[in-house]
Design a protein around this ligand. Structure first.
Ligand SMILES: [Ca+2]
Length: 355
């Protein structure tokens, strides 16, 4: 069979990912200047947290002023839209600044970035009008779509996730979704059992081809056979698949931050009740130091994880999603993006978009 070119060829395929900016075109940089402003060992200490918030927001205002000066000169009166954008960017900045200052070599839900509601609550006092709500998700806590290959552990994990009763999917639907994702990524045009390649997608209206390359964003899942909007976005009764999968990351799954539903997908031994217990353990301050080693989970009573799966688990993260919404006068603007934190602790924006 002819191997498809390793790029998106149909305009329809670019529909969702095209809303992202992939190069670091954000008109600001995050890294050393912020890091230098931050204190160390501030986790859990209320006073220092408050100081930290103030320092971050002062830095944000300075940066905002610098980057928005051109706009101010261009227009004496900034539109609400521009103000909203900068408020949202400030929230994005604050989160990125916190991420650039990890306290240690592992990432947990006890870290500052996981508690951005404190900064969000304070944000209205730093703008003449408006405020932001910002939150951070650890991409390493999610299932990495680009690692799915036929028979892989990642495919097993995704299959287990979709088998959770909350999704209300039957066996046929689950195998169709997993196989179609594998076909979507692999470079060949050989349709696997229950999967789909260009021969299937070209029969749709409008027709398109299989991508045959890695996912650039998770929204591409909407192009894959078997994945409906209901499955991707969720409903009142069903969870959203989007919150448990990522197109980024290096393939590790951080057990300190993975959503409970992902924990349940690692092994049949992890029931909803056990997942609750695991979550209780990892969010207890006194257990923090034990989270530096993944054995805290594999050694827990009742937890039995296959060695192949254990090998994928980690306690560190390098990719995070930041979602910051600026709000003012009943209007809102959201900026979201994926940032990569390097070992040198600098944070780089690898894609972002404004909704
Ligand atoms: Ca393929």
């Amino acid at each position: 069979m002819k191997v498809m070119k390793n790029k998106i060829q149909n305009p329809l395929l670019t529909r969702d990912c095209s809303t992202y900016q992939f190069p670091s075109k954000m008109p600001f940089r995050v890294g050393t200047p912020f890091r230098k402003l931050l204190f160390h060992n501030n986790r859990g200490i209320a006073l220092i947290t408050v100081i930290l918030i103030i320092v971050i927001l002062v830095a944000v205002v300075i940066e905002l002023n610098r980057s928005s000066r051109a706009d101010i000169y261009d227009a004496a009166n900034l539109s609400d839209g521009i103000k909203l954008t900068y408020i949202a960017k400030s929230g994005f900045y604050a989160a990125a600044a916190l991420l650039s200052n990890p306290q240690n070599g592992y990432d947990t839900l006890l870290d500052g970035w996981a508690h951005m509601e404190t900064i969000s609550l304070q944000s209205n006092s730093f703008f003449p009008e408006g405020y932001f709500i910002v939150r951070v998700e650890d991409e390493a806590g999610k299932i990495p779509l680009n690692k799915l290959t036929n028979g892989s552990e990642y495919s097993q994990i995704l299959g287990k996730l979709l088998s959770q009763p909350e999704f209300k999917l039957n066996e046929r639907q689950i195998t169709e979704i997993v196989a179609s994702i594998e076909d979507w990524i692999d470079t060949d045009e050989i349709t696997s059992t229950n999967g789909a390649e260009s021969s299937y997608y070209s029969s749709l209206t409008p027709p398109y081809t299989a991508k045959n390359a890695r996912f650039d964003c998770i929204e591409e899942l909407l192009m894959v056979k078997g994945i409906t909007k209901e499955i991707f976005y969720g409903t009142k009764e069903k969870p959203s698949l989007a919150q448990y999968v990522t197109a980024d990351g290096n393939g590790v799954i951080n057990i300190n931050t993975a959503p409970k539903m992902v924990l349940r997908s690692l092994s049949d031994s992890i029931s909803p009740e056990l997942a609750d217990k695991i979550d209780e353990y990892r969010t207890k301050e006194s257990n923090h130091s034990s989270l530096a080693d993944k054995q805290w989970l594999t050694g827990m009573e009742g937890v039995a994880i296959m060695p192949e799966i254990t090998g994928l688990l980690d306690v560190k993260s390098n990719y995070f999603k930041i979602i910051s919404t600026g709000k003012m006068n009943n209007m809102a603007r959201t900026i979201s993006g994926i940032v990569q934190r390097s070992d040198s602790k600098s944070v780089k924006i690898i894609k972002w978009r404004q909704d």
